[in-house]
Design a protein around this ligand. Structure first.
Ligand code: XMP
Length: 515
């Protein structure tokens, strides 16, 4: 999907930071894509990049098996910025020398005092000294002919070098990482001042380009989408509906494991869209399948399989479709290794997977090039309500993995009410850094006293975490007054709960969800 003519190409050599480079380029207002370093030269030319960025990576350029690039890239007349491994590769390819850092000085890792030549093209907009983020085992010992050294640190004589005649620039540190104090400014200088980008990429024009391209792809065909009510599938549905209207059928399988009122909200929104909207009320079916099951992975498996079965059954009624729409977003594309040399870090545990028996010709992924916050922005642009686009992550198996042990309709109802109170209070109190928050119904019962009577009821756990990537997390420091109010409301308003606890464990060693 094309988003205007101005595009930056990021060639990926396996750095864990390559998504961040793409984020920054888009923050500057330029569309970009991350592609594997092995992208064929003629593909690169037909991509037509305004500028090319070579990412970092874990290899050593002098290692025979390390990833290399077609040297013709340096004769395209396109500005190139090399970052870390990309800088070393540029030096190596153009006749410089790269050696293990130990042989020069110390290896550098982390925040590093760096000095810049502010008379250089790349560093013209920054101060002469600032902190950069270094992470390298190799260093450039000799820069190629035509280059000039423009930055150094204690351990790195060539922390930056440039050849302004040919428009090649290189930095040993990572400007894309926030710890590099002037990193954003450096990237901006490269893209705007040097490469001459106009930086007019915006969600409004992305939306229009996406709609046009979906229209021309789908033509008179029919498309089918499994709507879960989460941010991604909802935005995909809204976008597709603006593009192709009734040629799109949305199937919403309500497994009865969503939070309070969510199923009805999904129906309320999408039944007014000019699409064919089908809600399958499968609550009973899922509860039957889950009856007596308490092992978390078993629950996930049942829900995943059943979800596909129900969806397939619905799809069969519709018959042959041309396209199956998926809400895949850009981090999934990069992380699943399609565009990357990096190790797979996150295992995806989404409900679903691909249905085997749905009759379709092709998959269409309208959000494939967007980051999560861009998906939310697109959702707003498409007029979806704020509560939907700003929704926190919610696991596919839903409340099934938040009712510890076996699941019953009654337990789900209790959890739904308590969870709703907790979420409302966190939102009302505007607790900062609360990135995911929910209630968990434990299967522990304890003794309490209410009025004059003894009670023997469930313990409810509250979970609220602060995190950026959900791979590590800390518990959120919720003010005591807020916790007190939540606890008070829950035990008074929700039957069968007489005790509320707050989970104060980090991830690791715990996980975000209890199951
Ligand atoms: P954990 O519990 O692994 O959660 O620390 C990390 C993030 O992943 C979400 N999560 C899931 N999402 N299906 C999903 O779609 C699942 O089975 C699942 N399990 C956990 C969790 O909510 C958190 O955001």
């Amino acid at each position: 999907m094309d988003a205007g003519t101005e595009k930056v190409l990021i060639l990926d050599f396996g750095s864990q930071y390559n998504q961040l480079i793409a984020r920054r380029v888009r923050e500057i207002g330029i569309y970009c894509e991350v592609k594997p370093f092995s992208m064929a030269f003629d593909e690169i030319t037909s991509f037509g990049p305004l500028a090319i960025i070579l990412s970092g990576g874990p290899s050593s350029v002098y290692d025979e098996k390390s990833p290399k690039i077609d040297p013709r890239l340096f004769s395209m007349g396109v500005p190139v910025l090399g970052i870390c491994y990309g800088a070393q590769l540029m030096a190596y390819t153009l006749g410089g020398k790269v050696v293990p850092a130990d042989s020069l000085a110390n290896r550098e890792y982390g925040r590093t005092e760096t000095e810049f030549d502010t008379g250089s093209a790349l560093f013209r907009n920054i101060t002469p000294r600032s902190i950069t983020w270094m992470s390298h085992g190799d260093s450039v010992e000799r820069i190629p002919d035509g280059f000039k050294a423009i930055a150094h640190s204690a351990g790195c004589p060539f922390a930056g070098f440039e050849d302004t005649k040919r428009n090649f620039y290189a930095v040993q540190f990572h400007p894309e990482v926030k710890h590099s104090e002037k990193g954003f400014e450096i990237l901006r200088t490269f893209l705007i001042d040097i490469a001459g980008a106009k930086a007019q990429w915006s969600m409004a024009n992305y939306k229009q380009t996406a709609i046009d391209s979906i229209r021309s792809k789908v033509g008179d065909g029919k498309a089918l989408l499994a709507l879960s009510g989460g941010v991604d599938s909802s935005v995909a549905a809204a976008l597709m509906s603006q593009a192709i209207g009734e040629k799109l059928t949305c199937v919403f399988v309500d497994h009865g494991l969503m939070r309070k009122d969510e199923g009805d909200q999904v129906e309320e929104i999408f039944s007014h869209y000019p699409v064919r909207f089908i809600r399958v009320n499968a609550q009973k079916l899922f509860l039957e399948k889950l009856a007596g099951v308490s092992e978390p992975e078993h629950k996930r498996k049942i829900i995943g399989e059943e979800f596909i079965r129900v969806f397939e059954k619905e799809a069969k009624k519709i018959g042959k479709v041309d396209f199956l729409v998926q809400g895949t977003i850009y981090p999934d594309v990069i992380e699943s290794g399609l565009g990357s040399n990096a190790a797979v870090i996150k295992s995806h545990h989404n409900v679903g997977g691909l249905p085997d028996y749905v009759d379709f010709k092709e998959i269409i992924e309208p959000l494939r090039f967007l980051f999560k916050d861009e998906v939310r922005q697109l959702g707003r642009e498409l007029g979806l309500p704020e509560y939907l686009v700003s929704r926190q992550p919610f696991p596919g198996p839903g409340l099934a993995i938040r009712v510890i042990g076996d699941i019953t309709e009654e337990k789900l109802a209790v959890l739904r009410e308590a969870d709703w109170i907790f979420r409302t209070e966190i939102e009302n109190a505007k607790v900062t850094d609360a990135n995911q928050y929910f209630a968990v119904l434990t299967n522990t019962r304890s003794v309490g006293v209410m009025g004059d009577g003894r009670t023997y009821e469930y313990t409810l756990a509250l979970r609220c975490v602060s995190t950026t990537d959900f791979m590590t997390a800390t518990f959120t420091r919720i003010p005591y007054e807020v916790l007190e109010k939540v606890s008070h409301r829950i035990v008074n308003e929700v039957p069968h709960i007489n005790r509320v606890v707050y989970d104060i464990t980090a991830k690791p060693p715990a996980t975000v969800e209890w199951e």
